[in-house]
Design a binder for this molecule. Structure first.
Ligand code: HEM
Length: 183
């Protein structure tokens, strides 16, 4: 619940970026007031618990039929994404970098790194929607299909935003250079 609530606010924050980098910044500062400080260890613990319990569930199932693979596959991707994403954010913060929209977008502006970062972010948003759609689909298949459709649209929209195609983005050159030599 803690992680799910955070992710909804977090994605809402990125949607605010469609109105410009300044709007994204204002919303982010307001939300940080909610999740930075004492709530942050709770959020990070929720991430660790979600990754550990999710991977354990996948391990216990051993054989997975293709027809019911959506939840374990999306969960496995989310586990890998969360671990890398949170580590990258915390490491950048320790290095004194402000982890704002420019930080998230820098990878898509660092030469061939865009071929990594575009699917990396896009699939995370899609996997989040797909993961939730499975339990929802048991009660309401129509709503579950809508959720998958909405998360596909959101994934494409956010990657387009990070690429700077929706609104111009100011990204400090050092953030782009921090990705090192392009692969
Ligand atoms: C387009 C997709 C995404 C982008 C561009 C993005 C970007 C970011 C950025 C910039 C931060 C730093 C926030 C801050 O400093 O206030 C952050 C933190 C975080 N993100 Fe994401 N994120 C995305 C999707 C996700 C998804 C799908 C999840 C979860 C499944 C997630 C989980 C987190 C968590 C747990 C944090 C750490 C919060 C903290 O302790 O500061 N993100 N993300």
């Amino acid at each position: 619940m803690v992680l799910g609530g955070f992710v909804l606010l977090h994605l809402g924050n990125h949607v605010a970026g469609f109105a410009g980098q300044d709007v994204h910044r204002s919303v982010q500062l307001a939300l940080r007031w909610l999740y930075r400080g004492w709530p942050e260890p709770v959020l990070l613990a929720a991430c660790a618990i979600q990754i550990a319990t999710g991977l354990r569930l996948i391990w216990l199932r051993r054989s997975i039929a293709w027809s019911s693979a959506l939840q374990p596959l999306s969960g496995a991707y989310l586990a890998a994404f969360l671990a890398i994403h949170v580590f990258a954010v915390l490491q950048a913060r320790l290095g004194g970098i402000d982890t704002d929209l420019a930080f998230a977008a820098a990878g898509l502006h660092a030469g061939a790194w865009k071929f990594f970062f575009a699917p990396y972010y896009g699939l995370a948003v899609l996997a989040f929607g797909m993961h939730l759609s499975v339990p929802l689909g048991r009660r309401n298949p129509g709503m579950a299909r809508m959720l998958v459709l909405a998360s596909t649209g959101l994934a494409l929209g956010l990657v387009t935003l990070l690429a700077g195609w929706i609104t111009p983005l100011e990204i400090p050159a050092e953030l782009i250079r921090a990705h090192g030599r392009t692969p």
